[in-house]
Design a protein around this ligand. Structure first.
Ligand SMILES: *[C@@H]1O[C@H](CO)[C@@H](O)[C@H](O)[C@H]1NC(C)=O
Ligand SMILES: *[C@@H]1O[C@H](CO)[C@@H](O)[C@H](O)[C@H]1NC(C)=O
Ligand SMILES: *[C@@H]1O[C@H](CO)[C@@H](O)[C@H](O)[C@H]1NC(C)=O
Length: 274
């Protein structure tokens, strides 16, 4: 009898504990083949280096901004800057009303991980204590400049912070792609308990972090009207972690998935901005 109880306990503990979605090793990300040149510029906002990309059409709404939270490769990765350019350009193409500035703050404190970097040593200096202050400094500055609506789009590491901003009702709408470091389902239970901000998730079939199984656990808390502010999740098959940021131009599945994730997030944001 004693023996039996002893054996069962670890299983019970595992069933109730929330699982942390692991950060994914640089080597396991989708790799880019892009050589395009970013069009925006770096500015310092409230002491934080921020890449800013403006719509080409000067007639944009100055009260709305897209806040792009990059993956662990941060601003040194041209793919992140090109993605910010894509957000700015989408405003121009989609409609004059959706012409917004896009801001990508360096919330990695000048210490983005190199493509061949070691995640385990890097992550020690990139907890919420180090990451949240520069992020909130930029948001505060944007709000004090008259920006009333902030659409946040976060990728991998930036997915965690997008979820935090949504949980805290700091932004207007959120989209995330292949998020890492979340606790599932508890982070979504918390969102449900305190947030009124809509959220959309793009996930990859081959992600080793936010796996299809974790995605289903998230749906179990959020889908089917359980989250009244709004929830959508879309899975992209045949692609791996990082697919919404980078694609190999020679791989049509990767190219289509990256575009599909972008279009899904854009439509979600447009539907939820006033
Ligand atoms: C992109 O895909 C092609 C064709 O599969 C491959 O030869 C090339 O090495 C890939 N490039 C990168 C950067 O992974
Ligand atoms: C912005 O800063 C990042 C990080 O230092 C750098 O890699 C990038 O080339 C800069 N971009 C521009 C347009 O100056
Ligand atoms: C969200 O709120 C929690 C609880 O107050 C706080 O610890 C955390 O730093 C906040 N995060 C962000 C990104 O605002």
């Amino acid at each position: 009898m004693i023996m039996k109880t002893f054996l069962l306990l670890p299983f019970i503990a595992a069933a109730v504990r929330a699982a942390v979605v692991p950060a994914v090793d640089p080597a396991l990300h989708v790799h880019s083949s892009s050589t395009a040149k970013p069009q925006g510029r770096n500015v310092t906002i409230n002491g934080v280096l921020t890449y800013v990309s403006l719509p080409k059409n000067r007639k944009f709404d100055p009260t709305t901004a897209v806040l792009l939270l990059t993956d662990v490769f941060g601003l040194p990765s041209p793919d992140n800057l090109l993605l910010a350019d894509e957000w700015a350009a989408a405003g121009f193409q989609a409609s004059a009303r959706f012409s917004r500035d896009t801001y990508a703050p360096d919330y990695l404190n000048g210490d983005a991980i190199p493509m061949d970097g070691d995640l385990n040593t890097w992550i020690v200096n990139h907890g919420e204590a180090q990451t949240t202050p520069p992020l909130l400094a930029v948001i505060d500055a944007l709000k004090s400049r008259g920006i009333k609506q902030i659409a946040t789009t976060g990728y991998c590491f930036g997915g965690l912070y997008t979820v935090r901003l949504v949980q805290n009702n700091t932004v207007t709408v959120g989209t995330v792609a292949h998020p890492s470091l979340l606790e599932v389902p508890s982070d979504f239970d918390l969102m449900k308990a305190q947030s009124h901000i809509p959220i959309e998730i793009n996930n990859a079939e081959l992600d080793t972090g936010f796996t299809p199984d974790v995605a289903l656990q998230t749906d179990a808390v959020m889908a089917d009207g359980q989250y009244p502010p709004g929830y959508l999740r879309k899975q992209f098959d045949g692609v791996a972690h990082g697919f919404a940021v980078r694609a190999n131009a020679s791989d049509p599945v990767q190219v289509a998935a990256k575009q599909g994730a972008f279009d899904t997030s854009l439509a979600w944001i447009k539907a939820h901005l006033k």
